[in-house]
Write a protein that binds this ligand. Structure first.
Ligand code: GDP
Length: 474
């Protein structure tokens, strides 16, 4: 439809003069602000205005980000087993950690700070790179930069490729540390060749892959590695808002005999303070105490700070995102909601498996032309067993025989599962519930295991099986 210039201007929330300026740049002719534009032109104008506003918003968001203070980079050390990850972390802890409190030793909390001049680098120090991986699987990102360690006497190995894949998937930059250059059999060039085969051309060969030869044992090259980390961090322009709502990720958690639940949080945004209420996955807590890797008690922890905290209700899971909540009621409600959500998901999954194993059972019976339904019956009393058997006998048809292999009092056992799986039988129980381990075993073996509280529901289940024998529906 046609639209007058002043109408369109009003629709777009701009002055007519402003719109006419835009029309001029578009080369659209008009007489006055009352002139009409055809639908096509109006649409083009809207498109341009939308785009300009989008760009404007992007620019503003970027400007706001640029106004935030820088934060320290968080580094994960990854690589093949025995290529020197632990040795490098030990070396850094021993030589690079700031002067400690008198007599204090570095605590293992899952991350520690390294100081280079007035700059700080946070090293994630959890065993292996599993933590890094699970964190990523949960959608969070803990590390900003990955150091990929490759031993100079061994070259690129399967777990090196794995580490590279993880860093790539996380979208974080990598620095390759060719380690153990102190060894006589070290061959840095060979590792460079290996890396090129993986698609990384080292700077020394005219590419842009950062490669630093080091010895985690003697410390040779480690300064340069740290310099490179700071350089990459600068390029990444890492920033965070210390005033924002606190957010982080659980790096590690453990149960301490004396202290109770200890969890290490990497604060990523905002500032976490003593007394704050938090939720991590299904677990809630109130921060009672915070300590850094140097054993120093903290009142608050800003962006890129790893702190071990006291105050969680239960063990939080490494990799879970930590969120700030206003009070304990909210914390409890959110964790309760999440628990229920998970239970619902698990039940749905169990139901899907049940339907599947039921279908499998029926199909197997048909394929084998087995006109027999094998059952294991379990009930609370001998009386109910007899009652069930009596009714089931009447459900037999000329075509389908019901074969009760075992009818016993008590809950189904793992032995029943074994029997059922070898004899292709279903286990139906009345008034008794199988233990969790038995349920798991049934799931694993694909055995149909069902409990009933009403005898006639159990009978109905058998009727469905009989029917399935006669007229296959699966
Ligand atoms: P990780 O499995 O990657 O953590 O490897 P480790 O740090 O446990 O190192 C495996 C072995 O290599 C250990 O015996 C270390 O002492 C040794 N190692 C690590 N780095 C160096 C190094 O730079 N030079 C030499 N000579 N040995 C090293």
């Amino acid at each position: 439809a046609k639209v007058r210039i002043y109408q369109l201007a009003r629709e777009l929330g701009m002055e007519s003069a402003e719109l006419m300026e835009l029309l001029d740049t578009m080369g659209v002719e008009y007489k006055s602000h009352a002139s009409t534009l055809d639908a096509e032109t109006a649409e083009a104008v809207k498109e341009i205005v939308r785009e300009q506003r989008g760009l404007e918003e992007q620019r503003k968001a970027e400007e706001a980000r640029k106004a935030l203070p820088h934060r320290a980079p968080v580094v994960a050390v990854m690589g093949h087993v025995d290529h020197g990850k632990t040795t490098l972390l030990d070396y850094l802890r021993k030589t690079r950690v700031a002067e400690r409190e008198a007599g204090g030793i570095t605590q293992h909390i899952g991350a520690f700070d390294v100081h280079v001049g007035d700059k700080r680098i946070v090293f994630i120090d959890t065993p292996g790179h599993e933590a890094f991986t699970t964190i990523r699987e949960r959608g969070a990102r803990a590390a900003d930069i990955a150091i990929i360690m490759v031993a100079a006497d061994d070259g690129v190995m399967p777990q090196t490729r794995e580490a590279i894949a993880h860093a790539k998937a996380a979208g974080i930059p990598m620095i390759f540390a060719i380690n153990k250059i102190d060894l006589p059999q070290a061959n840095v060039d060979r590792v460079m060749q290996d890396l090129m085969r993986e698609g990384f051309v080292p700077e020394a060969y005219g590419g842009d892959a950062i490669v630093v030869p080091i010895s985690a044992k003697t410390g040779q090259g480690v300064d340069e590695l740290l310099e490179m980390l700071l350089l990459v961090a600068e390029l990444e322009d890492l920033r965070a808002d210390p005033e924002a709502e606190p957010k982080g990720v659980i790096i590690e958690s453990k149960l301490d005999k004396r202290a109770g639940v200890l969890a290490t949080i990497l604060v990523q945004e905002g500032t976490l303070r003593i007394g704050d209420h938090v939720v991590a996955g299904e677990v809630w807590g109130r921060i009672r105490a915070m300590m850094n890797a140097d054993g120093v008690r903290l009142e608050e922890a800003g962006p890129s700070t790893a702190v071990q905290v006291l105050g969680f209700s239960e063990l939080p899971t490494a990799g879970d995102v930590l969120e700030w909540v206003p009070d304990e009621a909210a914390a409890k409600e959110i964790s309760e909601e999440r628990k229920e959500e998970r239970k619902r998901r698990e039940e749905e999954e169990a139901e899907r498996r049940r339907v599947r194993s039921m279908a499998d059972l029926l199909r197997q019976m048909q394929e084998g032309q087995q006109k027999e339904i094998n059952l294991i019956l379990r009930a609370d009393t001998q009386g109910s067993l007899e009652a069930i058997k009596g009714i089931l006998a009447k459900e037999e048809t000329d075509e389908v025989k019901i074969n009760v292999m075992l009818a016993a009092v008590g809950a189904p056992t793992e032995g029943d599962i074994l029997l059922a799986s070898t004899a292709n039988a279903a286990i139906l129980s009345f008034g008794v519930n199988p233990a969790g381990s038995v349920k798991k075993a049934a799931e694993k073996k694909g055995v149909l295991l069902k409990s009933f509280r009403v005898i006639y529901d159990l009978i109905d289940e058998v009727r469905v099986m009989v029917k399935g024998q006669v007229e296959p529906t699966y």
